[in-house]
Design a binder for this molecule. Structure first.
Ligand SMILES: NC(=O)c1ccc[n+]([C@@H]2O[C@H](COP(=O)([O-])OP(=O)(O)OC[C@H]3O[C@@H](n4cnc5c(N)ncnc54)[C@H](OP(=O)(O)O)[C@@H]3O)[C@@H](O)[C@H]2O)c1
Length: 297
């Protein structure tokens, strides 16, 4: 199986940078990327749409993912229309529930970084009403598939009432957080998995084992990590605003890596349940939820 990295389209919380994202999204499309991963809260749906049109590439050749924000549990049908309008697209290929946390009753236009703000109160909409509305969005043809970004615990809750099994679970995954148990659960239920934060940031670029493996193969540390994902048969979404890094990451789909079982074993041994993207604050909360509520080990 040959897995082609997708491009993460998070562009910081600065609105100017979100608009400028069109340029690096376009350069990624020119480098061969055909999957763009955005979200309502990223504010880059417009830039994604513009980059697609400017690229001249047939829309049907590009997979576009967007995500329902944490504060739209009561606005799913309106929220997808808002995302489509922002991107000026007729449909999205994949629509994900961005967080298991949800806060209702907040103005649909309000943007905020995480679900703990601004109200601090949380309700468990997603298992029932919100997923039922996601299913309606799927039936409308405005999206081709629906999915989530959940742990095994929150996914199990959703599966109790879901009529449509999520097509995709997008989770933080890299050699320091291999997610073996969650992968197995998803596999058993026919749910595909995509890794976010797949290169593990600076930690991945400087880890001595990864640096050594990269040297052995004559590749960069991010390429060595991405090849590990490919060896495990997993899709990834990597973000880079830098054209050279974009090409480097994308090359993993065309350079034939032959990871030996021994080297893959060294990489697997790095797993230490370390979260680098979303992790508990000093009060032990992640966007208003405890680790137990989230179902993180
Ligand atoms: N579902 C969710 O809740 C969720 C959460 C987080 C992320 N995501 C998605 O996943 C995407 C990627 O996640 P992420 O940004 O956390 O992780 P990432 O792609 O592993 O890391 C991105 C960072 O690594 C650097 N980088 C990437 N490739 C590099 C290379 N070859 N050499 C050196 N530096 C490199 C980038 O800097 P440069 O720009 O300088 O290259 C950037 O600072 C996001 O954009 C988003 O679409 C989803």
């Amino acid at each position: 199986m040959r897995l082609i990295p997708g491009l993460g389209c998070f562009a910081t919380w600065d609105e100017e940078k979100q608009k400028e994202a069109k340029h690096w999204i376009l350069s990624a499309l020119k480098s061969g990327y055909r999957h763009l991963d955005t979200a309502w809260i990223y504010g880059t749906e417009g830039s994604v749409g513009e980059a697609i049109r400017e690229s001249g590439i047939d829309r049907k050749e590009i997979t576009v993912t967007t995500k329902l924000p944490w504060h739209h549990p009561g606005y799913v049908l309106e929220s997808i229309d808002e995302s489509l309008r922002a991107a000026k697209l007729d449909y999205f290929d994949l629509y994900l529930v961005h967080y298991p946390q949800a806060v209702g009753g907040i103005r649909a236009t309000e943007k905020s970084r995480g679900p703990e703000r601004p109200s601090g109160s949380h309700e468990s909409y997603y298992s029932r009403e919100t997923w039922a509305d996601m299913e309606k969005v799927l039936a409308s043809g405005k999206v081709k598939a629906i999915g989530i970004s959940f742990s095994e615990k929150t996914l199990k809750e959703l599966l109790q009432t879901a009529k449509v099994i999520p097509a995709m679970n997008q989770i933080e995954m890299h050699p320091f957080l291999a997610q073996t148990k969650l992968l197995q659960f998803c596999e058993e239920h026919g749910i595909k998995v995509t890794a976010y934060t797949p290169t593990a940031y600076e930690k991945g670029r400087t880890d001595p084992v990864i640096v050594e493996i990269a040297k052995k193969y004559g590749v960069s540390p991010p390429q060595a990590i991405l090849a590990w994902h490919v060896k495990r048969g997993r899709a990834v979404t990597t973000k880079s605003t830098n054209e050279a890094h974009q090409r480097e990451n994308h090359m993993v789909s065309t350079v034939p890596f032959t990871y030996s079982a021994v080297l893959a074993g060294y990489m697997n041994a790095l797993d230490c349940n370390l979260r680098l993207c979303k992790y508990p604050n000093e009060q032990g909360m992640v966007y208003g939820w405890t680790v137990e509520q989230l179902g993180w080990d």
